[in-house]
Write a new protein. Sequence first.
Lengths: 430, 165
Amino acid sequence: MEQYDQRKYFRNLLLHFRPSEVPERTLRLSLTWGLGGIATVLVFLLISTGLLLKFAYEPSPLGAYSSIQYLERQIPFGQLLRNIHRWSGNCLVFLSFLHLLRVFYSGAHFSPRQWNWVIGLGLFAAVVLSNFTGYLLPWDQIAYWAITISTSMLDYLPGLGPGIKQWILGGAEPGPATLLNFYALHTAILPAILIFVLPFHFWRIRKANGLVVPRSPEEEAATKVKMVNTMPHLIVREVTTAVVLIAALLVFSMLVNAPLTEQANPGLSPNPTKAPWYFMGLQELLMHFHPVFSVFVIPLTLTAVMIAVPFIDRDSTASGIWFRSRKGRKMALIAAVVAIAMTVGGVLLNEYLVAADAAGPPNVMNNGLLPFAAILVFCGGFYATLKSVFKANQTETIQALFTLLVISFIALTTIGVWFRGPGMQLMWAG
Amino acid sequence: MEQQTYSRRSFLNKLWLLLSTLALAEIIALIIAFFRPRKSKAAIAGQDTIIEAGRVDSFEPGSVSAFVRGKFYLARLEDGGFLAMSRTCTHLSCTVPWVSGENKFICPCHSSEFDLRGDVLKAPAPRALDLYAVSIENDRVRVDTGKLIKRSGFSADQAVYPKIT
């Protein structure tokens, strides 16, 4: 009898964050792909491995690199621990991005969930910054130079940029103050933000009466949905996902080591020098645009669009339908194909025709304003054409435009990561 | 009577609001001051930022010599003038090596190229390499690494020439 009571308490604890019943349809894997849950498990993994790593790591330019070497060679399971932390961090950036796409394409960002979309974007920013600040800590060549070029991008923000860069680096170039700043952000400030904001993200789901209920394009939104008990139906699925994820990460971490190159050398930039992979899209933009546009205007425009999406597109009748409608699916597919063709074509054209002739420094007109205006005109034309050809409604057309931007960004990142070799020349294999 | 109590209360409320805003502003100012870039230890110790590069005739015209300690290049132009240039690329702060075979600086990060005078030969670098002040006394070249001089491109007055005796 006593044992039964203990189980009840444990059950109550698990149910603390959720309702006792959830709509049966939201349990389908084809709605969430478990992405939000996976991201949460990764945060737990990162915090627990990170806490252990804190006991081995020394945040100073003289001690950092050798403390990582000591961790890898002398401390039992030290290498494994570092691998799990590294791969979980990369998975978290990638899977939170997929989670963001899932929410958008299943129409889960419409009212009443629009503010949770904004909170989610904030969490995504915190995840990327966590990864970025952690990237410097090993103080090896890839870390030092990736942070050098990424923070130097700030120099191009008009006005405050150079000041912010100085503030982050604590000096003119990465040094002891930078390492200490990044260490404090990585191990205290950013985890604290994640720990406080994540529960808020979950709570907003409850306030919206659970996840968006999925349906097929022909189906009307049901007024009454079939409910099932959270325990065991949801909990069992979550625990299974977590166990499979942890097992997969463990196996991968046993097979593949986290990279560690030579110790940082401020006098020698490796060739090629690349930003962390999630900033490679930005670095690729830098190859083609005047820096004020590639670092300031374009990213700011994209961020504003991301935040504004649920407020511009307020027609929530398509929520829960993958890609809004059958027409929406076709349009999104066309947008994706056009995005890949335009991005790859644009990069090749710029590389072999325009840039080959150009001499001297880039100027704001030819390398900034004109191509940016051309892109805006193209997006506007794409929007209008698609809308009239398909006789589509606003939400389907906005989805197509969003797809155009997201797929272009993914294409740029792919080019930067796999198709740029020594001297950042285009090449055919990573 | 009631009117009076209400206005006193509202006055006190406003006073509280004002004081707490002031306190908040103070805390924010304190945090910003706390994070102001720390001065380098060399600057605090008043260490000399001037580096003795060497004798004038030890540098061939049309050559570039690297100074690791001062993190700069000393270029001697074809006409005998001297330029001290930062080794930091103006694009994204990579360290630019001098490729003597091709007679230019080539940045490994984004393949910007600069000529002997630091002028941009190939984008994406937006400006010529930054300068340090050069002075020549008693046939010896000295470079002041204390202050970076930004420029858009090369002009004749940037080069320093030894006095002909």
